[in-house]
Design a protein around this ligand. Structure first.
Ligand code: GLY
Ligand code: MN
Ligand code: MN
Length: 363
């Protein structure tokens, strides 16, 4: 699997690249591409590198501390105990003909300068776009992991929804969600859980706080599970008690837009066209200026994993891409509704990876 991934990266890169260096620094400077090419699901691998070659081979250069964890990769390995050993191993690994590709997106400037010094005289070039392009099409193992992350999130939400009650704080509901996901095998949340009640649901990237759930509130949850480094990302909006007319109206518009967006997905259609299908429904209902983000984004090792469904992102959908579909309407001071699912692009349609009912749920 990793050999195929590495070959695809080089197929998407300029011809004169002799090696690609992927450096995984320490938190928060990590590079998911290190894990993509090594296939390693567990382990920290701080300050470790993977150097990959056009024939599909590669070497992991990591500290002794990670030796056991690194054995789970098919790639060769060299361990170091001192900085000098690290430098020598890197110098040897980078001794190739051609330019050296590097991921400018995720490498700290100080580390880049260090590698320029280690591989003195060699030309470095940015390969962040080929890396992102390669990762947009998922292979079997990746799809299995994202499916599992989606299933865990949906089941976690089901369990949490049963314990939601008036007086519960946003952060309390978020904690239960994370607990329910980890109980089902998640290594953790995919990102900071958004749990927003009442008027707070009008902020798409709200940070959960102490607001308590009251009758008549929207309760919006946007969260995901991480499983073997792969993420899911789902949103559901509930009503505490009975929905009023306006709440019901915007909920149904968002639901219709989301279902139409998913129905429009298949191999060969363009991202802007799918976005337009959903956006037009919200615009025609008179809420166009309250749908303030794009319809969706790529999902995988990163929560925002390259590509998306947006009027501004020209891209053609291909089989085995994984995307979110997440329209929303946000009314400041009143509240908001978003419904989000993760889907796998198939030749003739979309396969939903986050199975959870979409009918309005009055708790
Ligand atoms: N949770 C961020 C997003 O849905 O993109
Ligand atoms: Mn989300
Ligand atoms: Mn999302």
């Amino acid at each position: 699997m990793t050999e195929r991934r590495i070959k695809r990266i080089f197929e998407n890169s300029p011809d004169d690249i002799g090696a690609i260096l992927l450096y995984n620094g320490s938190e928060p400077h990590q590079d998911v591409n290190f894990f993509y090419v090594t296939g390693l699901a567990k382990g920290l691998f701080e300050n470790s590198a993977a150097v990959i070659y056009p024939d599909g081979s590669g070497i992991i250069i990591t500290s002794k501390l990670e030796e056991e964890s690194a054995r789970k990769s098919r790639l060769d390995m060299e361990t170091f105990s001192t900085k000098r050993e690290f430098r020598d191993a890197m110098k040897k690994a980078l001794d190739v003909d051609g330019r050296i590709g590097i991921n400018f997106e995720d490498i700290p400037h100080t580390s880049y300068r260090k590698f320029k010094y280690i591989a003195k005289g060699r030309k470095f070039t940015d390969v962040s776009e080929p890396l992102e392009k390669t990762r947009m099409i998922k292979d079997r193992e990746e799809i299995e992991r994202i499916k599992k992350a989606g299933k865990i999130a949906a089941e976690g939400l089901k369990a949490m929804a049963g314990s939601l009650c008036e007086g519960m704080a946003e952060y309390e509901a978020a904690a239960i969600l994370i607990y329910e996901m980890m109980k089902r095998g998640a290594t953790g949340p995919a990102f900071e859980t958004i749990s927003s009640f009442g008027e707070n649901s009008a902020e798409p990237h709200y940070t959960s706080g102490g607001r308590k759930l009251r009758r008549g509130d929207f309760a919006l949850f946007d969260f995901g599970a991480r499983y073997d480094r792969y993420n899911s990302d789902i949103t559901r909006t509930f009503i505490m008690g009975k929905a009023d007319r306006k709440q019901r109206e915007i909920y149904e518009i968002v639901r219709e837009a989301q279902e139409a967006g998913i129905d429009a997905i298949r191999e060969g259609v363009s991202g802007p066209d799918v976005d337009a299908v959903a956006r037009e429904i919200i615009e025609k209902a008179g809420y166009g200026d309250m749908f303030i983000h794009s319809l969706g984004h790529g999902l995988g090792l990163k929560v925002h994993d390259g590509g998306g469904l947006s009027p501004r992102m020209k891209m053609e959908l291909k089989e085995n891409m994984v995307l979110t579909v997440e329209p929303g309407i946000y009314i400041p001071g009143f509240g908001g509704v978003r419904i989000e699912d993760d889907i796998l692009v198939r030749k003739n349609g979309a396969e939903i990876l986050t199975e959870f009912p979409k009918e309005m749920m009055e708790l």
